[in-house]
Design a protein around this ligand. Structure first.
Ligand SMILES: [Zn+2]
Length: 431
């Protein structure tokens, strides 16, 4: 029987939901109003994307309070800025091309945009945070010129090697001005899952307004705060995710820069996302009823007032309790539990649960950049997926629950030895 190994740091961090009355006031990163509403306190955690070369280094990672709050002036939900910025931005270990379902999503996006907005060989499609060219490749194949903007040199290099024009730049107003001065304005601009990572969301919006041609369309996709709350997806919260976005917040930030949201779609990516379409206020794109419908749905869920954020933390604690009870029972009955998906959300979850490496022998991942490294905080080792066939665990904990269907079909062979899939969010499920 293997006892549960809990991290003493964690229990300490989790008490931190009350603060001294005289603590310095924390202000909104966008509108600078004081943040009065606490939403989710995940204790002290290391940076979720800091995969380390040794278990000792992973366990010794510095931790910072991970605490999200709501701004009742501009409706932006955000984590406290407690991590020195220079430690957050380094080489990024995530290559977007590693997920088959994500590539499929992107291919369909490119086809849809080309058709809806009649994009052709005289247009320029620009993508912010273009990673390894996972999206732009589909526009290029259809003969539409592209430009990627990617701050992480290692992934940008992969795109350049694949023949996808890419500038190694951090996107903001200044970058947009430089590109426009060089004759590179966008006929279509895309930002997928980058907005939450943007340290200065106002500067980003100014950059968008600067680089968009008068009739151009900007689409931005982000995990939808409404779904995060409904689905208790607290593992979306980590330091590198500065903000947690509703249409209420995004439409206001864009509107401040003269941009108008004219359409919105709900997507199933990342546990439930929004794709927001925006253009210059005076552009001809007609505003669809879906925009008002979504704003109404968010107001109905009280995302525009403190009450919408109450009770989330108590539900988080319940999930943690259920998962730890499952793990303890599995260990007591001699079962082996391994993990799948060494994504940032897995780190948030494991560290919130206070798990140490002895409780979870390994996690597998398809990203070669992560294999052989160790999860920050918990120190769990990351192995190639073939380790599952070798070890034949009784339970495979799917940490990337947003890719559950894809993972369950790829790993269907675990049923050969009676293995079962487990997800912990929004409640414990065994498949
Ligand atoms: Zn604000």
């Amino acid at each position: 029987m293997t006892p549960l190994h809990l991290d003493p740091l964690e229990s300490e961090g989790n008490q931190a939901s009350t603060e001294a009355e005289d603590a310095p006031e924390i202000c909104c990163q966008y509108c600078r109003s004081p943040l009065r509403t606490k939403w989710a306190d995940l204790g002290a955690q290391p940076l979720a994307n800091d995969y380390m070369p040794s278990r000792a280094a992973a366990r010794a990672e510095p931790t910072y309070p991970l605490h999200a709050r709501f701004c009742d002036n501009c409706f932006l939900v955000q984590v406290d800025r407690v991590v020195p910025p220079e430690t957050i931005f380094g080489d990024y270990p995530y290559f977007s091309s590693n997920s088959a379902s994500w590539l499929d999503h992107c291919e369909r996006y490119a086809a849809k945009m080309i058709e809806r907005f009649s994009l052709g060989s005289n247009d320029l499609v620009v993508e912010i945070a273009s990673n390894d060219g996972y999206l732009l490749q589909y526009f290029m194949r259809s003969g539409v010129p592209v430009l990627g903007i990617e701050p992480a040199a290692n992934v940008a290099l992969a795109a350049i090697k694949a023949g996808i024009p890419t500038e190694v730049l951090f996107f903001g107003e200044q970058t947009a001005r430089q590109l426009v001065a060089g004759g590179l304005a966008a006929d279509h601009l895309s930002a997928k899952n980058v907005l939450a990572h943007v340290p200065d969301i106002g500067d980003f919006a100014r950059g968008v307004a600067t680089i968009l041609k008068p009739e151009a369309v900007f689409t931005v996709e982000f995990p939808h705060l409404l779904r995060t709350i409904e689905g208790l997806q607290f593992d979306q919260i980590y330091h590198e995710h500065f903000s947690y976005l509703s249409l209420l917040a995004v439409s206001r930030i864009l509107s401040d820069q003269g941009l108008r949201v004219f359409d919105v779609e709900q997507l199933e990516t990342h546990g439930g996302s929004l794709r927001v379409y925006a253009c210059h206020d005076g552009a001809h794109h007609e505003t669809t009823s879906s925009v008002q419908d979504m704003l109404d749905a968010e107001r109905a869920a009280q995302l525009d007032r403190p009450e919408g954020y109450h009770g989330f933390e108590a539900r988080m604690q319940q999930v943690r309790g259920e998962f730890l009870a499952f793990l303890e029972h599995a260990h007591q009955t001699g079962k082996v539990v391994a993990g799948y998906g060494a994504a940032a959300k897995g780190n948030t979850f494991l560290n919130y649960c206070g798990l140490a490496a002895a409780s979870l022998p390994f996690i597998v991942d398809r990203s070669p950049a992560k294999v052989g490294r160790f999860m920050p905080g918990s120190g769990v080792k990351i192995l190639d997926v073939q380790a599952i066939d070798e070890v034949q665990p009784d339970y495979l904990l799917v940490l990337s629950w947003n890719l559950r269907q894809e993972i369950m079909s790829q790993m269907a062979s675990i049923s050969d030895w009676g293995g079962k899939f487990v997800t912990a969010i929004p409640y414990l499920q065994i498949f």
